[in-house]
Design a protein around this ligand. Structure first.
Ligand SMILES: Nc1nc2c(c(=O)[nH]1)N[C@H]1C(S)=C(S)[C@@H](COP(=O)(O)OP(=O)(O)OC[C@H]3O[C@@H](n4cnc5c(=O)[nH]c(N)nc54)[C@H](O)[C@@H]3O)O[C@H]1N2
Ligand SMILES: Nc1nc2c(c(=O)[nH]1)N[C@H]1C(S)=C(S)[C@@H](COP(=O)(O)OP(=O)(O)OC[C@H]3O[C@@H](n4cnc5c(=O)[nH]c(N)nc54)[C@H](O)[C@@H]3O)O[C@H]1N2
Ligand SMILES: [Mo]
Length: 763
């Protein structure tokens, strides 16, 4: 364990002056209208709009400025004064635009008109909305529905998502992957098996009663900074925070609240992590196993001396299944293995276990460092094992807290965006809309791209996203994308996926939800679900970027009507004009969640979705919460034998990006400037390879499938990361990630553990 003290303070703790400067810079860069400050005041307020950045919870009593650096950047990015009009496409062919940097494509501004690709001139040309809908509908009618994929990136509202899933099913397919397939699907699978709900059970009020929090593989300062408010309050109450992360992330060490004059004017920022364990990438199952071992052995001693139990025996007896088998596995585990795989000495795990055994209510926050692994689902199950040992599920101040990514990624699954028919209420939809929904399993992201590589996909309809950048194996998947007959992109801005395409491609510009959405039925609101399973209404406050832009529900309704024609039992025009009609249908599909939603969606702090696990009701097969025996404590059971000098690459985010949207090239927290083509490496690993700071290298994936995967032109940066583990940026390193390198049960790509070797750089 590395000790934490003041001398570790990064010159700019997360938040703080650096954060304010970064916000001011992007507001200026985007020439976002001056009304922005007024817009920002409405961010995450119950009468305003829900931030388009992350999905962290929105409190009932928001701060005056309930936004963070990332949220302010995302708002400025949407409200930019820059526009991409038809003139822009007149001036630039697609072959030319494809040479631009990803940053410059989006930075060009908001798309203003529907555009159609014209192969004869290699340009996008304007099409009227009706022309676009009719042409897309006509083509979809000629295709086999099972060869069409409907992708949803996690930003779209509950209303839009409900409409899209219904449209896809009426059309005849369950091919409804979403960004969660690359993200927290390991959570959806793992938590469902363990506690009977596929989402976290922690609410904001649990922060007030918890007495210990863990952070496993989540980078709060960069990716969910508003959560720092609750963490800071908890820290002020003396609640310890124990972090497991290979990298020493400055954003997990200290926090200064830019909205608190006291924090800003004194050097006394708040320490976030009280223990920081630099686990090896892929070593979490082993680390958790070690903690469980210390807890169970302490309990065994307590039993033999007839003193107070260390595990919550009553909870285990009454509420769980499989404890004895798990406990025996844990007792048998060898410390050598635990220490070798986790990279952590037993003493370090003992300090974590000691805190855990002292605490009555414990929350475990976690993110991509847990889910994006071959063993991602097992990692999630191991976190549940640890929690259940001391009854830390279904009681105040305790529980699993998967910190979700996109602002409505959790909600989309709630309202039927799923390729898994068993997760959608198909019988209810069949009754409600008098049609026969398809019953066969649809494709998730990995399966859709596997099918694309085999030439089995004809069309992809994208509700947001930038798949050629976000999916693995770019050198293979990008050509497959370019061979698609039809791509339809509902989007705010131009990105690479719109420029690498086959003969027919459309860009359909949509409103951002920050903007006022005026329809025939008046200004419309939408809703979403945050990371703590609370639903919120959201109403745009800014003028639309152009009068020709349409809302997402408008566009989905337009394509659905043009495709389904007289076969549809839905009045798509009526839904388009008034989204409360969509909510009424949602409340018929799921009365227990959406009853009286029209009024309740404006409840300050949101409406909590019923979660049986919070009441210790377990919707698992056995009716109990399930312990699980891990199948392997190692990371990659079926990767080829690793060569001695191989390294494990984790692909990371900076604070200047939102996924594939690159705001800038700096990573303020990690002290990297002007480039994203870097590799963070332990100095001993550099020395072993004769590398000095600033040297250029290439990386090659170690795999035995005969495919060459490499990225060149990467600059080495010495960093505080365990030996054998290196960090690079997503999406730049995606060509190194094999499409088949995913978690077996969830198919989440193993983006945090790619075996690579270092080469001399070819560029
Ligand atoms: N500013 C900003 N905010 C975002 C996003 C963004 O791109 N930019 N993206 C949004 C989305 S969609 C998502 S899903 C979330 C993602 O948010 P996070 O879940 O925080 O995801 P990452 O930044 O990819 O990685 C998180 C951390 O995992 C650590 N890590 C890597 N491998 C391991 C491991 O094996 N074990 C452990 N314990 N840790 C490991 C890394 O060092 C890193 O600090 O953020 C959301 N919010
Ligand atoms: N190697 C590696 N790969 C990863 C990850 C990783 O950590 N490492 N992370 C994975 C994760 S967690 C995720 S969630 C995926 C994300 O994957 P995607 O969903 O494909 O990507 P995003 O970058 O979130 O999508 C950005 C685009 O969405 C569009 N957009 C923005 N706002 C709106 C809007 O309001 N409406 C509509 N319709 N469109 C909009 C814009 O065109 C923008 O360019 O990437 C995954 N890929
Ligand atoms: Mo994500």
């Amino acid at each position: 364990m590395s000790k934490i003290d003041k001398s570790d303070a990064y010159p700019y703790a997360s938040g703080g002056w650096g954060s304010l400067k970064a916000v001011a810079t992007i507001l200026l860069q985007e020439k976002a209208p001056l009304t922005d400050t007024r817009v920002l005041m409405h961010q995450n307020k119950h009468d305003g709009f829900m931030c388009v950045s992350c999905s962290w919870a929105k409190p009932a009593d928001p701060h005056t400025f309930e936004f963070c650096e990332s949220g302010a950047k995302a708002t400025a990015w949407d409200l930019t004064a820059k526009r991409v009009t038809p003139d822009f496409f007149e001036a630039h062919t697609v072959s030319e635009l494809v040479q631009w940097h990803d940053h410059d494509l989006e930075e060009a501004g908001r798309l203003t008109e529907p555009m159609r690709y014209d192969p004869t001139t290699d340009r996008y040309v304007p099409a009227s909305w009706q022309e676009a809908f009719d042409a897309i509908g006509a083509e979809l009618r000629t295709l086999d529905p099972s060869s069409v994929v409907f992708y949803t990136s996690g930003r779209a509202s509950l209303e839009t998502s409900y409409m899209l899933q219904l449209f896809a099913r009426m059309y005849g397919t369950n091919n409804l992957p979403d960004s969660s397939n690359m993200c927290h699907e390991s959570t959806a699978v793992g938590l469902k098996e363990a506690i009977g709900v596929g989402v976290g059970t922690v609410s904001l009020d649990d922060f007030e009663t918890t007495d210990l929090m863990f952070f496993f593989g989540q980078n709060v300062g960069t990716n969910s900074p508003r959560m720092l408010h609750q963490l800071q309050d908890a820290r002020k109450r003396g609640v310890p925070i124990i972090t497991f992360n290979p990298l020493r992330e400055p954003g997990l060490l200290h926090f200064a609240n830019p909205q608190s004059p006291v924090d800003m004017l004194t050097p006394s920022d708040t320490q976030i992590s009280t223990q920081y364990h630099q686990v090896k990438t892929g070593g979490d199952t082993a680390a958790i196993l070690g903690i469980c071992k210390l807890v169970i052995e302490a309990d065994d001693r307590a039993v033999s001396t007839s003193s107070g139990r260390v595990v919550d025996a009553a909870f285990i007896r009454e509420h769980t299944n499989g404890y004895e088998e798990f406990a025996q596995y844990v007792r048998d585990a060898r410390w050598d293995d635990v220490e070798h795989v986790s990279g952590l000495p037993r003493e370090a795990l003992q300090t974590a276990a000691d805190e855990y055994m002292k605490a009555n209510a414990v929350i475990i926050h976690y993110g991509m460092g847990i889910t994006q692994h071959r063993m991602g689902v097992q990692n999630v199950r191991m976190l549940c094992n640890l929690l259940m040992l001391r009854g830390n599920v279904g009681k105040p101040g305790a529980g699993p807290s998967p910190v979700r990514g996109h602002s409505n990624v959790q909600g989309q699954r709630t309202v039927g965006i799923t390729e898994k028919p068993e997760l959608a209420p198909l019988d209810q939809l069949a009754r409600q809309f008098s049609f026969e929904p398809p019953r066969e399993k649809g494709m998730n992201i990995v399966e859709a791209f596997e099918a694309m590589l085999e030439g089995k996909i004809n069309a992809v309809i994208n509700l947001g996203g930038n798949l050629v950048r976000s999916v693995p194996d770019r050198m293979r998947t990008e050509p497959a994308w370019a061979a698609l007959g039809l791509t339809v992109n509902v989007t705010t801005k131009l990105n690479r996926s719109h420029l690498v395409h086959g003969p027919r491609s459309y860009m359909l510009p949509c409103l951002s939800r920050i903007e006022i959405d005026r329809q025939a039925g008046g200004a419309q609101a939408v809703s979403m679900e945050d990371s703590t399973a609370h639903f919120h209404g959201s109403r745009g406050v800014a003028e639309p970027a152009a009068p020709t832009i349409r809302s997402e529900p408008f566009i989905v309704a337009g394509i659905a009507k043009a495709t389904l024609g007289e076969h549809s039992t839905v009045d798509w025009d009526a839904w388009r004009d008034d989204y409360s009609r969509v909510r009424t249908e949602m409340s018929k599909t799921w009365p227990e969640m959406f009853e009286d939603f029209e009024a309740r969606m404006w409840t300050p702090g949101g409406v909590i979705r019923p979660l049986p696990a919070r009441e210790r009701k377990w919707k698992t097969k056995s009716g109990k919460a399930e312990f699980m025996v891990p199948t392997s404590i190692g990371e990659d059971p079926d990767m080829p034998q690793r060569e001695p000098d191989s390294l494990r690459l984790m692909t990371l985010r900076s604070d200047s990006q939102f996924n594939t949207t690159i705001y800038g090239l700096d990573d303020r927290f990690r002290g990297i400037k002007g480039t994203r083509m870097v590799i963070l490496m332990n100095p001993a690993d550099m020395e072993k390879r004769g590398l000095a700071q600033g040297d250029r290298i290439g990386l090659e994936t170690i795999a035995d499938d005969g495919v060459e995967r490499r990225v060149d032109g990467l600059t080495v940066v010495p960093f505080d990361v365990p030996q054998g583990c290196i960090g690079g940026y997503y999406p730049e390193c995606n060509p190194l990630l094999p499409l088949w390198h995913y978690a077996k049960e969830s198919k989440v790509p193993g983006a945090k553990s790619i075996p690579v070797r270092v080469l001399a750089s070819a560029a």
